[in-house]
Write a protein that binds this ligand. Structure first.
Ligand code: NAD
Length: 263
């Protein structure tokens, strides 16, 4: 299937590694020009070179901490300065810290909102006027399976990602007539560096090996294994493609069957 996005400009946020990097790479393979960002300049540059080498795509890398005021505008503007427009936006950021309700003060809630909700809104504010004007746009938010089935000990993430979903579902209707789609993609347990680090930390706390921790997660997944970032990126690429022109307001899980609900 030709996804029809060759030469489209895609801004993929938080993309020096993990899911964001995999999505950027997949879109680069489809011929898109890319804007990537992350906090760590040297990690970002390494990723930029790797994606350029692997895909032949033109990649602009913008160091930015998306939880800071003005950072999202800065990234969008750098993309527009380089390529003239942004056609595809994939919002993403790191995850907020784990913990129970009584372990987080209000500052922790503010930080989670800034990181995962406010950054998605600010990036969208930056790209939407151009998308509406050109009558073509794709916005895809990376959320989490926690939107459909909250994960214990992750109250910040569970709450803030539900807020992103409410924002996106409402915006989808407001901009549908302009040829702009807004969707969410919910990763399940996917083998990124972050998940491997989480397994190591849990292993230390519980006196187990990282493989044992991953084994416990895998036992809850009907497919019996973690997903790969590339499996996630393939679905993302379809949802931001020209071919997905009648898909909007959705949340799609890529979780090997982990969510047990009917819908
Ligand atoms: P990761 O830690 O491997 O990658 C996160 C990326 O975001 C990195 O490039 C990092 O540099 C960048 N980043 C982090 N904070 C940032 C900030 N403030 N500003 C700019 N860039 C920032 O994580 P991942 O596994 O790829 O997960 C991506 C998102 O998906 C996270 O929000 C995570 O909670 C969520 N998620 C992941 C999984 C999974 O299994 N991997 C499952 C559910 C949800």
């Amino acid at each position: 299937m030709d996804l029809g996005i060759a030469d489209r400009v895609a801004l993929v946020a938080a993309s020096s590694r993990g899911l964001g990097r995999a999505v950027a790479t997949e879109l680069g393979n489809e011929g898109a020009r890319l804007v990537i960002c992350a906090r760590d300049q040297s990690a970002l540059q390494t990723t930029q070179q790797a994606i350029e080498g692997e895909t032949g795509a033109e990649v602009v890398a913008v160091p930015a901490d998306l939880s800071e005021d003005g950072a999202s505008d800065h990234v969008v503007q750098a993309g527009i300065d380089a390529f003239g427009q942004i056609d595809i936006l994939v919002t993403n950021a790191g995850g907020p810290p784990a913990g129970l309700f009584e372990q987080h003060d209000l500052d922790a809630w503010d930080a989670a909102i800034r990181l995962n909700l406010r950054s998605a809104i600010a990036l969208t504010q930056g790209v939407l006027p151009g998308m509406k004007e050109r009558h073509w746009g794709r916005i895809l938010n990376i959320t989490s399976i926690a939107v459909k089935q909250p994960v214990d000990n992750l109250i910040l993430s569970n709450s803030v990602r539900a807020a992103v979903t409410g924002f996106a579902r409402t915006l989808a209707n407001e901009v549908a007539a302009f040829g702009v789609t807004v969707n969410n993609l919910m990763p399940g347990y996917t083998r990124t560096q972050r998940v491997e680090e989480l397994a190591e930390r849990s292993a230390e706390q519980q006196g187990k090996t990282p493989d044992e921790i991953i084994g416990t997660w895998e036992s809850q997944i009907p497919m019996g294994r973690l997903g790969s970032p590339e499996e996630f990126a393939a679905v993302a690429a379809f949802l931001v493609s020209d071919r997905a022109s009648y898909v909007t307001g959705t949340s799609t899980q890529v979780d090997g069957g982990w969510i047990r609900s009917l819908l």
